[in-house]
Design a protein around this ligand. Structure first.
Ligand SMILES: Cc1ncc(COP(=O)(O)O)c(C=O)c1O
Length: 369
């Protein structure tokens, strides 16, 4: 796969260099590879950026979501409302708990969950709503919190893609009951694999710490008060995370510049419309994304020109794995349209001015001819 991509302008790649190597070397030299000092350093670094009271590292974003859901006592017989356009891990984390994900239509402008559409999905089994902060912007947390209060629901924020993203001046995942960030390889910053739970609630934090550590409050004991699992990160991953956190401000700044240039230079093409950013949100443009007319042909044209792009997520109601779970009485025209027309452009820290100019020129060519 990598060989096929040589010479391509990649849609996304991490910024990895000697600083990650040096941090990992510190861990290797210490010979302590399982969760320890470096993980505390990583958690403290994320705490500094987010302002969260409790920051708990896990093996990945999916296990962080799972722990958050379990800590909210969600399980068999419960329903959780999730946006229909998201990565499948959002709803799979719900399924892991034994609860049922209920797919909710999104808003066309921001691609995030539409609480008006969610109104008709509430049943007596509904226990929580899971907004997903997609492609680097925030869902409408004012509407979501109002909705949750109205129906007495918990809020678990899937902030897998949203480190650094703020809504009304506060980092996402602090307004809801609990939230989860992912550090998978394609994220704004990465540990290879890794997750973080954020919560302002100490009881939820304690439950999450137990869940990730075999149900115990500290290591080294073989007496377990609670049932838990092993969702620990490693010192090696945390070391990479610590090095990546140093780079985060520069990455955020570069992604903003990339976004601004695409936005400005492609504004005159009516068939190519950038997503709207909620003005209450301070985004981190993980990806710069558009609605594109004739998306399939554009994608092929760009690929032939050595430019890799990426489609939006396949709506959950169209996922083969959920075929028996879909409520056939619901329709999802906005998610379907997003899936058919959405495109994310090359958005890496490593993108050069010349490369971005080429992407822009090719898109202009495509729509002019
Ligand atoms: C929206 C969303 N939720 C959950 C996840 C799961 O995170 P992870 O891959 O770290 O398990 C991801 C990304 O991978 C994601 O994009």
């Amino acid at each position: 796969m990598k060989e096929n991509l040589i010479g391509m302008i990649l849609q996304i790649e991490p910024w990895i260099d000697d600083s990650e190597l040096q941090a990992v070397k510190r861990v290797i030299d210490s010979t302590y590879l399982t969760e320890n000092q470096m993980t505390s350093e990583f958690e403290q670094g994320v705490q500094k950026i987010t302002g969260a009271k409790n920051v708990i590292a896990t093996s990945n974003g999916t296990t962080a979501l799972y722990c958050g859901l379990k800590a909210l006592n969600i399980g068999y017989g419960d329903e959780v409302i999730v946006p229909n356009l998201t990565f499948v891990a959002s709803s799979n984390a719900v399924i892991m708990t034994g609860a049922k994900p209920v797919f909710c239509e999104i808003k066309a402008d921001t691609l995030c969950i539409d609480t008006i559409a969610a109104e008709k999905l509430v049943t007596e089994k509904t226990k929580a709503i899971m907004p997903v902060h997609l492609y680097g912007q925030s869902a409408d947390l004012v509407a979501i919190l109002e909705f949750a209060t109205k129906y007495n629901l918990k809020v678990i924020e899937d902030a897998a893609q949203a480190i650094g993203v703020k809504f009304k001046g506060e980092h996402v995942s602090l307004q809801g009951d609990v939230g989860a960030i992912s550090f998978y390889g394609n994220k704004t910053i990465t540990c290879g694999e890794g997750g973080i739970i954020l919560t302002e609630n100490d009881e939820i934090a304690l439950a999450c710490r137990r869940l990730k550590n075999h149900g115990r409050d500290r290591r080294g004991t073989f007496v377990h008060e609670h049932i838990g699992f092993n969702f620990s990160i490693t010192e090696l991953q945390s070391a990479i995370g610590v090095a990546q956190l140093e780079k985060l401000p520069a990455i955020i700044q570069k992604k903003q510049e990339i976004y601004d240039v695409y936005r400005q230079e492609l504004a005159g093409i009516p068939q190519f419309q950038i997503l709207t950013i909620d003005e209450r949100c301070s985004p981190v443009h993980w990806f710069t994304s558009f609605y594109a007319e004739n998306r399939a042909d554009l994608e092929a044209y760009l690929l032939n020109s050595g430019i890799q792009t990426r489609r939006f997520f396949c709506p959950l109601h169209q996922q083969p794995c959920y075929r028996d779970m879909v409520d056939k009485s619901q329709s999802y025209p906005i998610s379907e349209n997003a899936y058919e027309t959405g495109i994310s452009l090359p958005s890496s820290y490593s993108l050069t001015t010349e490369q971005q100019e080429l992407v822009i020129a090719k898109i202009r060519d495509f729509y002019q001819n």
